[in-house]
Write a protein that binds this ligand. Structure first.
Ligand SMILES: [Zn+2]
Length: 272
């Protein structure tokens, strides 16, 4: 169910973004101060569906979703370019249709790259006249920056929307280390206390106890502990949420507490 929902929402947001980007010529937005504004907007748009799916399903395994969202972002960018191309071909109309389509595509790709290069060349002082190969090279570089912009924007949008921290020292998003659902509230509370009082051995033993009491269908409410951690330095963020069953087999999640650990505390308390 969650996989299907993700697929549908991701496809929808990518398609809508591609269409919106085509209508507003976002893929032709030029690089402003090194930032590919149009591509970043496309990446943000394409991520919304995946982020919604994560929110709906209350999933935490964002690393795989992120890759998925990045593919969605690139698909949206390619889609916008293809729609632009389709319109360009419609404009050509008449006799041009007689030539093979491949030539149009190659021609269009060249136009796209050249257009990008020209836009950057136009920002140079008037006295500098760039030769065509340099302009094409700059155009290819711009295309690369745009695709990179899509990928980076999807990653960040996703982490912002589903609240995954970033380790600035090691330049990576935290990974999901533990996701535990536990009906034994007292074990969770004792674990929290052990962590607050920095008793690592007990904290580890208690975490094992927390993991050993899973939620059964008769439980009305329970606790979910999600631990996200930098894979290098083990700095961590622990989120404790209360969950309870409401009508029609649905479950409501309420954020209860967030704890942030630096590298030393994270590896002492949570490296199990
Ligand atoms: Zn780190």
């Amino acid at each position: 169910m969650s996989g299907f929902l993700t697929l549908v929402l991701a496809a929808l947001s990518s398609a809508l973004t591609a269409y919106g980007a085509h209508r507003t010529s976002l893929s032709h937005f030029h690089v402003l101060g090194g930032i590919p504004v149009g591509a970043v907007l496309i990446g943000i748009g394409a991520t919304l569906g995946v982020a919604m799916a994560i929110r709906f399903t209350a999933s935490y395994d964002t690393a795989n979703y992120r890759i998925f969202a990045q593919m969605g972002g690139m698909a949206a960018y390619a889609g916008a370019v293809l729609l632009d191309y389709a319109q360009y071909q419609l404009h050509l109309g008449g006799p041009a249709v007689a030539t093979p389509e491949v030539l149009h595509a190659v021609n269009y790709a060249r136009l796209l790259i050249e257009g990008g290069g020209q836009a950057i060349a136009a920002q140079m002082p008037n006295s500098v006249a760039l030769p065509m190969p340099v302009i094409l090279g700059v155009g290819v570089l711009r295309l690369f920056v745009e695709v990179l912009g899509v990928v980076v924007a999807t990653g960040w949008t996703m982490s912002y929307l589903v609240d995954v921290p970033f380790c600035w020292t090691h330049h990576r998003f935290y990974q999901l280390r533990h996701i535990v659902e536990c009906a034994d509230m007292s074990a969770v509370r004792e674990w929290e206390t052990a962590i607050q009082q920095r008793r690592p051995h007990e904290a580890r033993a208690l975490l094992a106890r927390v993991r050993a009491s899973p939620v059964v269908p008769s439980d009305r409410s329970w606790i979910r502990v999600a631990v996200h951690q930098c894979s290098v330095c083990h700095a961590a963020r622990v989120r404790i949420e209360g969950r309870r069953r409401i009508s029609l087999g649905r479950t409501r999640t309420e954020p209860a507490q967030v704890m942030q650990f630096d590298a030393a505390r994270g590896s002492a308390l949570l490296a199990t």
